[in-house]
Design a protein around this ligand. Sequence first.
Ligand code: NAD
Length: 381
Amino acid sequence: MTMKKPINIGIVGTSFMGRAHSNAFRQVSQFFDLPYRPVLKAACARSAEGVRAFAEQWGYESTETDWRALVARPDIDLIDIAAPNNVHHDIAIAAAEAGKMVMCEKPLGRNAAESLEMTQAVERAGVRNMVWYNYRRVPAVTLAKQLVDEGKLGRIFHYRAKFLQDWTMSRDLPQGGTGLWRLDASVAGSGVTGDLLAHCIDTAMWINGPIAEVTAVTETFIKERKHQLTGEVAPVTIDDASLFLARFANGSLATFEATRYARGHKALYTLELNGQDASVAWDLHDLHRLQYFDHRDEGRVRGWRSVHISDGDHPYMKHWWVPGLQIGYEHSFTHQAADFLGALDSATPASPTFREAMATDLVTDAVLASARSRQWQSVAG
Ligand SMILES: NC(=O)c1ccc[n+]([C@@H]2O[C@H](COP(=O)([O-])OP(=O)(O)OC[C@H]3O[C@@H](n4cnc5c(N)ncnc54)[C@H](O)[C@@H]3O)[C@@H](O)[C@H]2O)c1
């Protein structure tokens, strides 16, 4: 065991992602032998009562109700942004200027212009930074990336991704405010394009390289909803569904689809790659399996293999239980925290940095521009 140096965490946001990140910070030192140990120093959210209850539940030493006060504290080393998209930009830049490391939820900014300013701020300050694209760290997805990197699939022809949900189909669902800020474009930036497709695009470019051009169609099925904060019925300006075709720089072709109107699907993230020699497919509802087809197998036994990703030689798995016992969604965040802390003393920071994550926002900007123009759109580089 190495001597672990403490990293004092100040987290902003105490709901879904606040819990996912706090769980990761609490678990990571127990399961991974790292040079650094996260210390749950302070939690920040706007409600004093709510944030105190959260701090008590998760073991944070102190609370703040204003993120500016949190960023100003000399005893905080790292600001972790687990709050809605409209506050990512200002918190990240203030944290960088105060010399703090910054971890930020996705999408980095509400658009690529915000992401660029955030990226410039962390690079100017020379502080370590990362965006929580956690699906890269699902062991089966990491294995898919390794197989592609090793050339097992051969030349890639196709990439196919979907992220399907159905939770906004009711007309009575309001937009805006707690829990429903995702339906308010002024807070979220966009609808499913920035929320769901951002994950698909990040994973896709990590595995299959840059996306060169896109052509997209989006739709807002329910045009007006009551706003939770004002009580007024207001136009809905997010995209409820977003579909696009893409051409990767390596010449492969792709389809991407995200919607919150796929009745029966709660969070069905699927991806598939088809290569010259082999294909892989993965499904979030069965996240510990990777489907693999290898055309080089002997014909009589050739077929799709469903590989249970739970062995010691599978990515991350030697840190958990014994072969055959699987892990879940929350572990992807623990893996990301482990990779971030494990790379702090290395010249190469853990990925995706802000700059790497900005590449996704350049694609989502191009998707939204193409949906407006009804033209193919090159991705700005
Ligand atoms: N990586 C993933 O898979 C994943 C999943 C869900 C959400 N996200 C991202 O995480 C972020 C948060 O999403 P969520 O689902 O946890 O949202 P949420 O609505 O569940 O929680 C948001 C939290 O931020 C707090 N907050 C809001 N404004 C604040 C402010 N000005 N100052 C301090 N605290 C503030 C709220 O009190 C709440 O605790 C978003 O950027 C979202 O896109 C990522």
